[in-house]
Write a protein that binds this ligand. Structure first.
Ligand code: AMP
Length: 553
């Protein structure tokens, strides 16, 4: 039996549902049920007068109070323009997400009788710099010490890897959630879990399947009543239809058909929806996931991976029978439905557990050697006999098994989910984004590129840092988004074409650091990414203090 000094919890902050897990004293990941005794909590927030309500009650309230309820807030992470106005105050996506996190933490604390302080939070693999930062800040607003943000498919693969006895496997994680689709290739080995390649669409998920059902129901209403009215204009009807559509979709995962009733303007219409019809109206959505999977596979091929051993299905939407059916047909492989709703939170918890064992091991090694160690990566340069001996001591004294201590040393290596570059001007005087770090490059990574001043005696270089989905070296500006800016001041009198060297460093969490050097005087600026995409300064402090004493209902 093991006794952890400090538990690090894993949180799956989902578009539609969220959950929290930890690793128990026997080394097993466990999802903590919420106050309603459910393993997942709807990611829905209801501003109810002075109260904040999160979860099932909030979701149900969306029917009666559509303007006081926020759903799908994850889709707005890192978006400066998302503001939810309530009672004279504007709430950013980070704060709304913090309420969801707080509810998870609070319920886990009540359930386990211990404080939730340190957490690992997951985010979709395609999240860019700002969305990741926003996720981390949401955790901080909720009062947590956010140890790391890790990718959802990586977390799912960690959970899967922990159940497999086969030790060298290449797996595809097909993750179809409520609002997002991620497809990721991961190489699981005893000493490392390595992401090879990732793809997907952040606007494709169960919600789109629901919307198709809603559209069909609206058409049926029109046909049966002869009405030409757009019934979705009525917020109550719209919310009602959305809930009925999701319910019908879930029933169709079990049964061949289901009745659905539509009530609007005093009229009530009954529709029988069959699975066959449902499959038909959503076929193109499913095909898009297959197409994106092939796209990712051809990227992986360029990296030397031309086959895989398993496909694991995660995300609630993989419960729709059409998903495993189509995958079986396309890849002639039996997909593994792997605790679709829980895999991500459990994987994050295992990752957190590894971090906590690592902390202890590193702490011991530091005390023994007097050396300052930054992390597991420093262990490779140490006397391996001493590492082994310390691992054994830790196992003996803490009650962890030696394999558990050793497995905590497994490296988890991810890839950049976007390309990062700067805006430059080409010889034809056209603006072009020159990517310095390419998408799907293993992280951490550091890359440098030389640019040149445009005119004699240029006083400043204005650096626009860009993020793009593609992995080409040069992309047109409209295929990328600006994520930050920086200014490098130059000494006077420099000729045109003076080199300016820009270095990008992307750490293992997907955080970007940039420096720019003017070569004549080696004038260097640490580029601080200035962005309005995440809450900061006074606004951040205010949000933190609002959440600090809040009890979520
Ligand atoms: P996730 O974000 O991974 O929790 O996935 C949530 C999505 O899965 C939502 O769109 C749900 O409607 C969907 N979902 C959950 N259970 C089922 C089910 N039994 N059949 C179809 N979709 C489901």
């Amino acid at each position: 039996m093991t006794k952890q000094k400090k538990r690090i919890f894993g949180i799956d902050l989902g578009t539609t549902y969220s959950s929290i897990a930890y690793v128990d004293d026997f080394g097993k990941p466990v999802v903590v049920p919420n106050a309603e005794n459910q393993n997942t909590t709807p990611s829905v927030v209801f501003f109810d007068g002075g109260n904040i309500v999160v979860g099932e009650v909030a979701k149900e309230s969306s029917k009666l109070y559509p303007n006081e309820v926020v759903s799908f807030v994850k889709r707005s992470m890192g978006e400066p323009d998302f503001l939810f106005d309530y009672d004279g105050h504007s709430y950013r996506a980070e704060e709304v997400s913090a309420y969801i996190l707080r509810k998870l933490g609070q319920d886990a604390e009540t359930n386990l009788g211990e404080k939730v302080t340190d957490v690992v939070i997951t985010c979709p693999a395609y999240f860019g710099i700002n969305e990741r930062e926003a996720t981390k800040i949401a955790g901080e607003i909720a009062g947590f010490n956010v140890r790391q943000i890790i990718n959802e498919p990586t977390a799912a693969a960690i959970a899967y890897g922990s159940t497999e006895t086969e030790t060298d496997r290449v797996v595809l994680v097909y993750d179809l959630g409520g609002g997002t689709f991620d497809i990721t290739m991961i190489h699981i080995q005893p000493e490392a879990i390595e992401v090879i390649c990732t793809g997907g669409d952040h606007n494709l998920g169960g919600k789109d399947w629901d919307d198709r059902v809603v559209a069909t129901l609206v058409e049926e209403f029109k046909t049966q009543t002869g009405s030409t009215e757009d019934i979705l204009e009525d917020p109550d009807t719209c919310q009602d239809l959305q809930l009925s559509a999701e319910r019908a979709k879930k029933i169709l995962s079990q049964r061949e058909k289901t009745p659905v009733s539509i009530t609007h303007g005093g009229e009530r219409v009954k529709v029988e929806l069959s699975r066959e019809r449902f499959d038909e109206i959503t076929r193109d959505l499913l095909e898009r996931t297959v197409m994106l999977t092939h796209e990712m596979l051809s990227e992986a091929k360029k990296r030397g991976y031309d086959k895989f051993d398993d496909i694991i299905l995660v995300g609630g939407s993989t419960r729709m029978p059409m998903v495993p059916d189509r995958i079986r047909e396309e890849f002639s492989i039996e997909p593994k439905l792997f605790a679709p709703d829980e895999a991500v939170a459990k994987g994050a918890a295992i990752f957190g557990w590894k971090l906590s064992i690592n902390d202890e091991l590193i702490d011991r090694l530091q005390r023994k050697t007097g050396r300052r160690l930054k992390g597991v990566e420093d262990l490779a340069s140490m006397d391996q006999k001493q590492v082994e001996e310390t691992a054994r001591e830790l196992a003996d004294e803490s009650g962890y098994t030696l394999p558990a201590v050793k497995s905590s040393l497994t490296r988890v290596r991810d890839v950049a989910s976007k390309s990062f570059g700067v805006m430059a001007t080409n010889p034809n005087n056209e603006e072009v984004v020159v990517n310095i770090i390419l998408r799907n490059t293993p992280v951490p990574v550091e890359a440098t590129q030389e640019f040149y001043t445009a005119v004699d005696n240029q006083k400043t270089v204005y650096i626009r840092i860009m993020e793009a989905e593609t992995s080409e070296e040069n992309v047109p500006p409209d295929h990328s988004v600006e994520i930050g800016t920086a200014v490098l001041n130059l000494p006077s009198g420099l000729p045109e074409d003076t080199p300016v060297i820009i270095t990008f460093k992307l750490n293992k969490e997907g955080r970007l650091y940039a420096t720019a050097i003017e070569s004549s005087e080696q004038r260097k600026v640490e580029v601080v990414l200035e962005t309005s995409s995440v809450i900061h300064g006074q606004d951040l402090n205010e949000a933190k203090s609002r959440v600090r004493n809040l009890v979520i209902h």
